[in-house]
Design a protein around this ligand. Structure first.
Ligand SMILES: NC(=O)c1ccc[n+]([C@@H]2O[C@H](COP(=O)([O-])OP(=O)(O)OC[C@H]3O[C@@H](n4cnc5c(N)ncnc54)[C@H](O)[C@@H]3O)[C@@H](O)[C@H]2O)c1
Length: 259
């Protein structure tokens, strides 16, 4: 679909499953060279970079660990494989009443979601600037980065913070022709969403099935999203079609969020 994406180097952080995996598949279909990083890729088997084929590599990385991101950026720089498109997808969520919530859960959300994005954008953004690459930095944020939802104080906080960082970075590196944009998905059917429904059902004394029905009823387009819906926007943001966009947060919510 996008000839220009053929052989482009794309780093997808948080790509073992769910939305990240769909983004990897989309770029592989375009003929890009995809570096798929995730904490779930075996650290022993994948100490640095495991070649699956000429276009697909896997990397073990924990985005909470700044040193691992620094090491990965150094490694890719030293091996002349600096990614031109950098996509941060890794995220976690916890659900609870704010007043009952654990402070440790608050930090967990910020460590993975916010600090993870900060590290990836900072160290790979530096490489784009160093090598004069007019690249793209993309983060999968959430409509929880724009709205408040019950039980999601830590998650919403961490996702709102990402958009603040993104807007500053977009301003600062626009002069290098590097675009920095976010995708804000709504309700997407992944393992994370299924676990959230189980947690919400426990808190609200109902069932995950009832919550799913409620979810669907809230979406103007009448269905919840699939990982592919989000991955399509990641392709657009990695292509020349988004060259005149930076600092934006695009909703892909079936109409749930319109600002
Ligand atoms: N599913 C939804 O409804 C939804 C809605 C809005 C936003 N999002 C966001 O989309 C992103 C992907 O979510 P998903 O639904 O695919 O979830 P998921 O749990 O299926 O996938 C998350 C991926 O991130 C990886 N990951 C988690 N912690 C990591 C770490 N410390 N280091 C490296 N990798 C790590 C996981 O191993 C997994 O592969 C998340 O940032 C999430 O907040 C999801």
């Amino acid at each position: 679909m996008f000839k220009e994406l053929k052989n482009k180097r794309v780093l997808v952080v948080g790509s073992y499953r769910g939305i990240g995996k769909s983004i990897v598949d989309n770029y592989l279909n375009e003929g890009s060279i995809v570096y798929a990083a995730d904490i779930r890729f075996d650290a022993k088997k994948y100490p640095k970079l495991t070649k699956i084929n000429d276009h697909y590599y896997r990397i073990h990385v924990d985005v909470r660990n700044e040193k691992e991101i620094i090491d990965l950026a150094k490694y890719m720089d030293a091996h002349h494989i600096v990614p031109e498109i950098v996509i941060h997808v890794a995220g976690i969520s916890t659900l609870d009443y704010m007043l009952e919530s654990k402070t440790s859960d608050f930090y967990r959300n910020f460590d993975t979601n916010t600090c993870g994005f900060y590290f990836v954008a900072k160290y790979f953004g530096r490489l784009l600037v160093k090598h004069h690459i007019p690249g793209k930095i993309i983060v999968v944020d959430s409509q929880s980065g724009k709205n408040g939802y019950r039980f999601e104080a830590s998650y919403c906080g961490s996702k709102h913070a990402i958009l603040g960082i993104l807007r500053v970075l977009a301003l600062e590196i626009a002069k290098y022709h590097i675009n920095v944009n976010a995708i804000c998905p709504g309700i997407i059917e992944t393992a994370m969403k299924h676990r959230e429904r189980r947690d919400a059902a426990r808190i609200r004394h109902t069932t995950p099935e009832a919550i799913k029905k409620e979810d669907i009823s809230q979406v103007p387009l009448g269905r919840t999203g699939q990982p592919q819906d989000v991955a399509n926007i990641a392709l657009f943001l990695g292509s020349h079609l988004s060259d005149y966009m930076t600092g934006q947060a695009i909703n892909i919510t079936g109409g749930m969020t319109m600002h």
